[in-house]
Design a protein around this ligand. Sequence first.
Ligand SMILES: Cc1cc2nc3c(=O)[nH]c(=O)nc-3n(C[C@H](O)[C@H](O)[C@H](O)COP(=O)(O)O)c2cc1C
Ligand code: SF4
Length: 705
Amino acid sequence: MSCSAPSFAPLPALILANTSIRSCRTLRDKRYDLLFEPVKIGPVTAKNRFYQVPHCTGLGRLRPRMLAALRGMKAEGGWGVVCTEYCSIHPASDDLPHPHASLWNDDDIKDHALMTEAVHRHGALAGAELWVGGARTANLYTRETAIDVTSMPNLAGHPYQSQAMDKSDIRELRRWHRNAALRAKEAGFDIVYVYATHGYLLSHFLSAHSNTRSDEYGGSMENRARLVRELIEDTKDAVGEKCAVAVRYSVGGDDGEDPSLTSERRDRLEMLAELPDLWDININDYYQEMGVSRFIKEGSLEEHMSFVKSITTKPVVTVGRFTSPDTMASQVRRGIVDFIGAARPSIADPFLPKKIEEGRLEEIRECIGCNICYAGDGLGVPIRCTQNPTMGEEWRRGWHPEQIPQKSSDASVLIVGAGPAGLEAARALGQRGYRVTLAEATRELGGRVARESTLPGLGEWRRVSDYRLGQIEAMPNVEVFRESELSVDEVLAVGADHLVMATGSTWRADGFGRTHPKPLTTLSTAARILTPDDIMAGQLPDGPTVIFDDDSFYMGGVIAEKVRRENVPVTLVTPENVVSAWCEYTSEHYQVQKNLLELGVDIKTGHSLLAYDGREVTLCCIHTERQQSIEAGALIMVTARSPRDELYQALKQRMEEGAQMPFRSLRRIGDCEAPAMIAAAVYAGHRYAREFDTEPDPDASCRLK
Ligand SMILES: Cc1cc2nc3c(=O)[nH]c(=O)nc-3n(C[C@H](O)[C@H](O)[C@H](O)COP(=O)(O)O)c2cc1C
Ligand code: SF4
C-alpha cells in the first residue's frame, strides 16, 4: 500500500455545480457564532466546535483509500475534529466480519496517514479511537485468544470464552496500547482515545458487576479504575506532548442498571476528571445513544450527562443526533458541552458545519434516524446512507456530496414519479443544469416517504422529500406537476429527450414472498385482506387482525403498532425467530420487540401462513409443520412488493414494435425497477443523474481499497 495522498477517482473534466443553487453566500446567523469558536484540547486546538465522534464505516483496515476520502470529505465540510472508527491496538482484538480500523503494524501507519493527510488538508484535527474488544471479540480472523477482566463467554454470542488477564497480560495490554498510541502519533493523529465504554474490555474492568477480581485491579472503585487511569497516563506519557488524550466514557442511563453502579460512574468520573484532555461522554444504552428516530429524538442524552461539565475543567463532547443549529448552540450556551458530537448527522450531511457557517440552513440534509448507516457494520460492507447517496462513494466513484459535473448537453428529461428515486434524480439533474419535468400522479410529493412518514414514529423520514423539494423549488430548470398521472401518449406528448420511470411499487396481497414463491390459492376472495398500502391509505381493520410479516424489516412491526394503537387485537406472525429480524442490523430490534410486547401485540415466530377463509387464519409451524388456526376478521400481508412499471413496459413495448419514438432513452429507477429500501431508491435516482450524458466507469463498483 503506498503512503501517498489519497487518489480520488478523477471526476470528468467538467465544470462542477455546487449543491447550493442560491449563489449568494449569506452570512451566518449571529446566534451560531459560538459554534465556530476554536476550542483548545490539551496541546491541540480544534478550529470550531463540530466534532465527528468515532463511527465505523464498514471500511476500516480493509479499505483505507475509501476511508481516507470519506473522512477527508467531512473535514472539507467543516468538521473541526474527524475521528476514526474503533481502532484495534493488537490482533487479540479483532472484530471481523465487522470492519474496524487497526494500528497493529507499520502498514497500518501508512494507511492511517492517508486519512490524517486528507483531514489536515482542510484544517481539521484527526482522532484515533484505540480499542480493545475483550470478550466482545471472538478474533475470528486472527485466531488469537480474546482477553478480558475474567474468563467470560463471548458477548457477541460466539462459542468462545475469554482468557482471564493476569498481571503479565495487563502489562502486555499496556505495552500494546502505548505502541498503538505511538503509531497513531506517527500516522499524524492529533487526538488519541482511551476507549472505556460500549461494553468492551475497559468497561468490564470499570464495572463492579463484571469485575470480580481480587487483585489491585478489582474490588474498590479505585482499583477497578486502575487500568483506565494507567492507560490515560501511559498515553499522555507516550504522545501527550503532541496529541490530546481523550476518554470515551459512559455516565449511565436507563438500561436497567443498578442505580449504585450509575452513581459510581459519576464518582469515578469525578476521580479521573482532570486526567485526560477531553471527555467524550455517552450512556450505557446503545439503543438510546444511537437510537432510531422511531423511538429516540434529538438531544436525548442531555438528562444523563448534563452534570459532567460541573465536575471537570476539560472540554466535553457528547452526541444526540444533532441536526438543529439551535439545539447545538443552546447546548453550548447552557454549558452542557464544549463540542457538538455527531456520527449520523455528519454522515447524512458532511457539509453540515459549512452550511451553518454560510447561513445555508435550508440546504442541510438532515439525518432521518433510520440507522441504515449502521447496517454496513453488521453486514461487513461499506457504509451507505439514506439521505446521502454519495456516502462511501467518495473515492470509488469520485462522488462529492455537494458538487456534481455540469450538464454536457441541452437534453431535457421527463421523470415520472416524485418518490425518493424520482425526487433525487430531479434534484441532481437540476443541479447539473438540465431541463427536468417531474410528473407525479398524486397531489402529494414524496411517494413512499410521504406515506410511510405518517406511520407511528416515522415522521422524521419525511426529511428525505423535504430536503429534495426544498432544493428543487429553487431550481428554475425543474418543473414539477402534481396530479398528473400520464398515459403513454401523454408521456410522448411532453416531448422530452430522455424518459425516466420512477413510479414506485405496491405491496402484494396474494401471499407471494420469501416463504411462498407463488401466490397462495388458499385465500378466500371474500376475505378482508389488506396491505401496508391500504393501512397507509386509512383502511384500518376493526376486528381481530393477523399480520403475516414475511418481509422481516420495519414495515410489519410498524403496521402492527399502528393497528394495535386503534385498540384492535393484533397477532403478528413471522417465519423468522424474532419479529422484524432485519432491524437487528439497524440496531433497533430490541426496542421494536419490546414496544410490540408492551402494546399487547401477540407475537408468533417460526410460523408461516397457509390459508385464510375470512374467519380463520391457518398457520403452520416451520419446524414441526403442526397447524393451528386463529380467528381473524382481517389479514394484513407484509410479504413483497410489485414494481409499478406498467408505464415503462408499455413504452418499451411501443419501442419494440418498431414505432418511431420521439425520445432518446428510456430508463426505470428505484422501486419501479426493483423494490428495496429507501436508501437504494435515493441512490438509484442519484446514480442516474450522475451518469446521465456520461460514460460511467464500468469497474467503479469493483474498486474496493
Ligand atoms: C455507523 C455507526 C458506526 C459507529 N461506530 C462506532 C465506533 O466505531 N466507535 C464508537 O465509539 N462509536 C460508534 N458509533 C456510535 C457513535 O459514535 C455515536 O455515539 C452514536 O451514533 C450517537 O451519535 P449520533 O446521534 O450523532 O449518531 C457508531 C455509530 C454509527 C451510526
Ligand atoms: S443512514 Fe439514516 S440514520 Fe444513518 S446517517 Fe443516513 S439518514 Fe441518518
